[in-house]
Design a protein around this ligand. Sequence first.
Ligand code: ATP
Ligand code: MG
Length: 692
Amino acid sequence: TSFRVRSRWPVMVRNLRGRVGSKVEAVVMGEAVASEDEDLILPNHEFAQHAHVPSFEKYLEMYKRSIEDPAGFWSDMASEFYWKEKWGPHVYSENLDITKGNINIEWFKGGITNICYNCLDKNIESGHGEKIALHWEGNEPGLDDSLTYNQLLDRVCQLANYLKENGVKKGDAVIIYLPMLMELPIAMLACARIGAVHSVVFAGFSAESLEQRIIDCKPKLVLTCNAVKRGKKVINLKDIVDAALLGSSQNGVSVGVCLTYANELAMKKEDTKWQKERDVWWQDVVPKHATKCDVEWVDAEDPLFLLYTSGSTGKPKGVLHTTGGYMIYTAATFKYAFDYKPSDVYWCTADCGWITGHSYVSYGPLLNGATVVLYEGVPNYPDPGRCWDIVDKYKVTIFYTAPTLVRSLMRDGNEYVTRYSRKSLRVLGSVGEPINPSAWRWFYNVVGDSRCPISDTWWQTETGGFMITPLPGAWPQKPGSATFPFFGVQPVIVDEKGKELEGECSGYLCVKNSWPGAFRTLYGDHERYETTYFSAFPGYYFSGDGCSRDKDGYHWLTGRVDDVINVSGHRIGTAEVESALVLHPQCAEAAVVGVEHEIKGQSIYAFVTPVEGVEYSEDFRKSLVLSVRTQIGAFAAPDKIHWAPGLPKTRSGKIMRRILRKIASRQLDELGDTSTLADPQVVDQLIDLADT
Ligand code: ATP
Ligand code: MG
């Protein structure tokens, strides 16, 4: 059956030409019709028939409306939720042109709602109170728990009442420094319920990073737990919080209460350091509160949360999201990009400390009334089969993860995957970095048994939700391409002068006009917001990423533009060279950077992690270089291969190329902010190996 779809595809696109508005067509389809490309993975007919968006034609129809009538399109989406009062006469207003005054974006202004109410009460009222909201899987196999929507609401209300009793009011900030316990989404929802602004700090950050964030947002309370087990390691979180709170109070920001969940499987209460006047055990106080808590109704433009970016490119930015637009956008993107159905069981491996955990562990899925799996531990504990063990245990149907995890599981071998059934899987997803085509194929063929479409979702902390993403079943996939824009999103690729490029092209990825999930400011620094995102190309939101569009209109993210390498006038994206290297069967992971070169301007310098057991040899080096030469061309061949037992990554698993650049050019005293680095030792290791 899939062959029928295949032969229909180019015809279908050709037929559509001329019928869609030319502006829409230019964005969506580039200049040419789709070809009979070897690399097209066609949608399964069965799947497509039952998908929310069953065809490209249907997508185009919806997309066209979303661009031509954003107010109507998003109002319809919004009316699926509860609003105490409807928004004012303007669904949105925006100024995205810095030359025309301050940048400001508003959606559903004047509308009164509450996102916690829409996640919980609304689903309960429509009869889903006894449905499982959260399945919790502990670090140790065999340890688990679950909450129905009714139970989750009770827990959220108890904590909300406790927060209120402690003086937390609408607009107050609360810092959440918790591992992946159920208390983490509970805490987020409790804040949202009473209109408090949560700022989740990933519970892997150091005391200094936490301290900086506490000083920045001056929370009324800090919510944490005493310790957590990740794999075999016990991490004493309370010690980190103590150090951060000491530091912040020395800087004039003191926090009255540190509510601490006793995670006794990781550490006994009596072993936890305690400050009587400030610290309170969660279990001693929260369960005593009532399980009913009135909702604080807020304006759509009231702040919902503050979250810092991953810090891949420098000092993290405090991104602020508001309530109404974010709510509608995360709900809609979740539903369409994963083709979510009420019978699905959904698992996203991201931590709630990142935007992915905000939009697609907590809010997006719960707004849709989904059953969500939360996993406390690490993906390769006790062995690299753990993810598939969890998939089988809960009959997970939608599995969403990051390329770094896909690459590492791929390196561990197929055996760990194939010993599990994975029959329940229906849709796979990827986020965080460009996914190399070879990793994509492994994910598709081995994990998904060539059955499950992959949603390679391009988006950012700043965008709130998916921007460019496949809609499963609606069109053919190309391994490594994020494909087409989501409804309402107008991606444009511009050249260095800000001129929009048409058709097949490559350049800077910007977005024209706003979308409901867009961030509204950088906390406390609106000027930095304007200069970072809106001044490079006036009139557009600039993502900082590079992108190319192929002849069929598919989008390919090429990495950060700061990382683009210019060799003898050829502009080369890091993603492309890295993909060519990773295709080598003995290369597990690769990161490339540019270094100054007298003649070529820049030359390519590659850091390569070999697969387990492979030793460095001159032959291996040569075959890596050859791999790039044959796949891309001689101009992209790396001049230097630097052996890398590990790569410096952010705590969310992304490669930090800016540090690699400094190592490559031996500017070792200019490594910059390394506070978001997951394992700082890797850097020393690389420096030691620099001249071998
Ligand atoms: P910082 O902004 O502090 O440097 P960061 O950009 O890594 O950190 P995030 O907002 O978590 O912080 O990540 C967004 C970035 O991740 C995007 O700009 C892009 O570079 C990359 N990214 C996310 N998803 C994809 C994807 N599907 N394909 C390619 N790149 C992606
Ligand atoms: Mg970023």
